[in-house]
Design a protein around this ligand. Structure first.
Ligand code: MG
Length: 390
């Protein structure tokens, strides 16, 4: 493809799809991947899944859908600046959180806890399961049948144990390889997006204050610059001006630093990038320090905030209760999920995975509604004389 750097993913050199398909007539292979992701049910459900604030807490906060769109916007900017594949970057960014449970990290930790005896639950691996297996949309194959490069990018982390079962996309976790440039960009774009939008959401929620955030250099430098030029700027415009400047500062640094690394390593192909032994996309040491300082600040002051913890703690109980109820009484599951629990040998270990898939796919509000319905009827049945649970 013209205009792409030698180290970019070229759709003509793709390692292909798991099920062979004719080439698309009007799009590149990676555009087709992106379009399949946008048309998936899992993508639509991101609209009602928690990023940090549980979905019903307010209409102005980021959801996993708007987070994914912001990641994709940042990723595409970096990809274009570096002359690598913007379509592939976009596809990976839009798909990166498809496997997230309801209720954000609290939900994921709770489900992982439930699955401890049954192979655990990793949201990155779940995103890959969604695109490889769980989406039911095409006559000829399960999942979305995406290209190797998009799947490689979606699988950001993976335990060695799981990597062994995955074949081609698992290899790099066993042999210390790296993914292509586009996947590395998507990974960093995710961090840049949440660091910045969580500042914005934290301020909006009143859980963080401008003066408090000024202890972080990344924030303070922009605050000083904006205040000296516009001393009377109303807070809403001040906050957005700061957030956009912080994004611009970090993105500019990533582009400059990555250009240096690419010049130093001079990869001649995407495989050279995979074998480089070190990530080629990154920040300068100084910017990384500042970025991590802000990340730690958010961890202490926002993610660990009593108000956020209370919400997510309740949400974790919902996930645990649902898992327990379904494990005990699979007949509470929808027929197609029941079918999958039966397809195995009836052992609890075989029941657990389809149940985890079902719960992970729920939106926040669906999980809450199911919990109200099932936990309520379970309690009633348990207290009825001779009543069977659920
Ligand atoms: Mg994310």
């Amino acid at each position: 493809m013209s205009g792409l750097a030698a180290w970019a993913a070229d759709p003509a050199g793709s390692r292909g799809r798991r099920h062979a398909e004719p080439a698309p007539a009007f799009r590149t292979e990676y555009q087709r991947d992106r379009d399949r992701i946008v048309h998936s049910a899992a993508f639509r459900r991101l609209e009602y899944k928690t990023q940090v604030f549980v979905n019903h807490e307010g209409d102005m906060f980021r959801t996993r859908l708007t987070h994914s769109l912001e990641v994709s916007q940042i990723g595409r900017t970096i990809a274009r600046a570096l002359s690598v594949n913007e379509d592939l970057t976009e596809a990976i960014c839009l798909a990166h959180d498809l496997g997230h449970t309801p209720f954000g990290h609290a939900g994921q930790d709770a489900l992982n806890g439930c699955m401890r005896g049954y192979g655990g639950f990793e949201h990155n691996l779940q995103s890959l399961r969604v695109v490889d297996l769980l989406e039911e949309r095409y006559a000829e194959f399960p999942g979305l049948n995406l290209t190797f490069e998009t799947r490689e990018g979606i699988l950001k982390h993976c335990s060695k144990e799981n990597a062994k079962k995955l074949g081609d996309v698992g290899e790099r976790f066993l042999n210390g390889g790296r993914p292509g440039i586009e996947a590395q960009i998507a990974n960093l774009a995710d961090e840049i997006a949440y660091n910045n939008h969580d500042v914005d959401d934290g301020l909006r929620a009143g859980l963080l204050g401008v003066e408090q955030l000024a202890e972080c250099r990344l924030f303070r430098d922009q605050l000083d610059a904006v205040r000296s030029r516009w001393p009377d700027l109303p807070e809403r415009r001040l906050v957005h001006e700061l957030v956009r400047r912080m994004i611009d500062y970090v993105v500019s640094d990533v582009v400059a630093r990555t250009r240096q690394q690419l010049a130093a390593h001079a990869p001649r192909s995407i495989d050279d990038v995979r074998k480089a032994g070190t990530p080629l996309v990154g920040m300068s040491d100084e910017t990384r320090d500042r970025h991590l300082e802000l990340k730690r600040f958010l961890n202490r002051n926002l993610y660990q905030h009593a108000q956020v913890q209370r919400m997510t703690g309740q949400a974790a109980d919902v996930v645990r209760d649902l898992f327990g109820l379904f494990m005990e009484s699979p007949r509470l599951l929808p027929p197609d999920v029941q079918e999958r629990t039966r397809a195995e040998d009836g052992a609890a270990a075989a029941r657990a995975r389809p149940i985890a898939d079902y719960i992970a796919g729920m939106t926040d509000r669906f999980a809450l509604a199911e919990h109200r319905r099932l936990a309520g009827s379970a309690k009633a049945a348990a207290s009825a004389p001779g009543g069977e649970r659920a």
